[in-house]
Design a binder for this molecule. Structure first.
Ligand code: FAD
Ligand code: SF4
Length: 499
């Protein structure tokens, strides 16, 4: 630890954002990279605790106190080398990770936590700016061929690791460009797409082959996949949206969040959408159903498209602003969050259930809603919900976006063709070593875990790569045991895995 009194001398500097009046007019990133001097100062707040719980909080086990120390001392190369050792995409987590580590930061017990995510971003952007991130020459090739299906963060991380272990890796992607939800779900105002392209160019130069516009199971037969490759990683994400099957659902003007966000992201990069397929909030009264992060992305997108008014509703009650006993430190708590999209306007309502959609001439015009209350169970966890009688009300809407989560991966095509087993939730079932029920087929990321976070997808991709390498070679030198993983995903090591 460079400065033992750093946290006493300096307050946390929160993320810097462009002014609302400016940023809501465009889709460019809202956050600003902070000056290098300020990043070094902020790193001095890290106390280098004896037991650094931030490691535990970070699913990929980033060496946080160590790179904070290098950063504070101005040893950017040292900080970069440590960050690069555990994270294949720090430029993405540095932008969109909900910072699970910061909620586990010891300083956060009685002060504001260290701004770990911002420091991560500072280090990786320094690395790019100063040419530290170059394609690595793979000296030895094993002759083994691996197919990774899906180019989201899980597939990309898995492929990057396996390629570095010397295997020949092809990533199949059904979309036009790689990135998965990073490219087609998360809006540019959180993550500009050249950030993904910059990294993919490096991986292409390292030898990873990207085969886009190829839906495996449809354009590329399953039999060929099994014949052509020594191992396969299924990293196709979890995209089947949860629907709200209530009266009026078939009215026009009601869309799934991913359909809306995907189209918006395509438009931002200049793709032309036929008028009949356009989903545009311009001049419309928009209601977003679902109070989570996907809903927030829809709110920010609708603002930028020029919605005339915007309401976001959520069936659950408004979360607390501070930790409750249900979420003791260092757990990641469910807290009330105001995202940059919420700062830009709109109204939020909690404990509201939509009963039916009301339309005119086949178009949605209103939502009929009711307020609800939750019965508090003894352990203070909300249990059964009850409608409050007489609280019925209507919200006008000529565009409704459903952001109420995802059920499981799509089963048709690839997964049914392979005949893999599913778990109780409908995700791809694997053993602890990420192997599915079908020989040589592994799975990682949301397809196995259910809809989650980018940092978990990276963790899964990295772990899966280790088990694929071991399956092919008998042993593996790829990293698996990282501080966060061994503790947080302890289940990995309990059944059938002899590590
Ligand atoms: C709108 C939205 C915003 C989000 N924002 C955040 C955020 O800010 N921070 C955060 O941490 N997490 C966020 N998440 C969650 C995060 O993006 C996901 O958990 C993560 O992308 C999962 O990665 P993945 O690689 O498993 O799957 P995905 O990113 O879904 O990628 C899967 C890829 O597989 C491809 N594919 C599927 N089947 C086939 C096939 N048969 N053949 C070829 N290709 C196929 C798909 O086209 C897709 O490109 C968000 C999620 C959504 C929906
Ligand atoms: S990846 Fe996320 S949890 Fe891990 S150090 Fe970065 S911000 Fe924290």
């Amino acid at each position: 630890m460079g400065d033992p009194r750093g946290f006493l001398k300096l307050a946390r500097q929160n993320s810097l954002y462009r002014e609302v009046c400016e940023r809501a007019q465009d889709f460019k990133e809202v956050s600003k990279l902070r000056p290098e001097k300020q990043s070094r100062e902020q790193a001095s707040r890290c106390m280098d605790c004896g037991t650094p719980f931030c490691h535990w909080g970070c699913p990929i086990g980033n060496y946080i106190p160590e790179w904070n120390d290098h950063l504070f001392r101005g040893n950017w190369k040292g900080a970069f080398a440590l960050l690069d050792a555990t994270n294949n995409l720090p430029e993405i987590t540095g932008r969109v990770c909900p910072s699970l580590c910061e909620y586990a930061c010891v300083l956060g017990l009685n002060d504001d936590p260290v701004s770990i995510r911002e420091n991560e971003l500072a280090v990786i952007e320094f690395g790019f700016k100063n040419g530290l991130i170059k394609p690595k020459q793979i000296k030895h090739r094993t002759g083994k061929k691996i197919a990774v299906i899906g180019s989201g963060p899980a597939g990309l991380s898995c492929a990057a690791q396996l390629n570095r272990a010397g295997h020949s890796v092809i990533i199949f992607e059904r979309d036009k460009l790689p990135g998965g939800i990073l490219r087609y779900g998360i809006p540019d105002f959180k993550l500009e797409k050249q950030i993904i392209d910059r990294r993919i160019e490096i991986w292409k130069k390292e030898g990873i082959v990207f085969k886009t516009n190829t839906d495996v199971g449809i354009d590329y037969p399953v039999k060929k996949l099994l014949d052509d490759f020594d191992a396969v990683c299924l990293a196709g994400g979890c995209r089947k949206p949860r629907d709200l099957k209530i009266e009026g659902r078939d009215l026009k003007g009601i869309y799934f969040a991913m359909d809306y966000l995907t189209q918006s992201n395509r438009r931002v990069v200049g793709e032309k959408i036929p008028k009949s397929e356009l989903i545009d909030a311009k001049g419309k009264k928009v209601v977003v159903i679902g109070g989570g992060d996907t809903g927030a992305d829809c709110v920010g997108t609708a603002h930028r498209q020029g919605a005339s008014c915007l309401v976001q509703i959520e069936v659950l009650p408004q979360p607390e602003e501070c930790r409750t006993k249900n979420y003791p430190w260092p757990q990641y708590p469910l807290l009330f969050k105001t995202t940059t999209s919420h700062e830009e306007g709109g109204e939020r309502q909690w404990s509201v259930m939509t009963k039916r959609f009301i339309g005119e001439d086949g178009l949605v015009k209103k939502l009929s809603c009711v307020r609800i209350e939750f019965e508090q169970a003894e352990d203070n966890v909300c249990s059964a919900m009850k409608e409050i009688s007489g609280s019925e009300f209507e919200i006008e809407a000529d565009m409704v976006i459903l952001a109420v989560g995802f059920l499981h991966p799509e089963h048709s095509g690839l997964l049914s063709g392979l005949n893999v087993e599913f778990d109780k939730r409908g995700n791809v079932k694997t053993a602890a070593n990420y192997a599915t029920s079908v020989e040589k087929i592994f799975s990682a990321g949301d397809m196995r875990r259910g809809q989650s976070l980018v940092v978990w997808a990276i963790a899964e991709g990295r772990h899966c790569s280790y088990f694929i390498d071991k399956y092919l070679m008998g042993e593996s030198n790829l990293p698996i045991i990282t501080p966060g993983i061994t503790r947080q995903a302890g289940a990995l090591f309990c059944e059938g895995v002899e590590e």
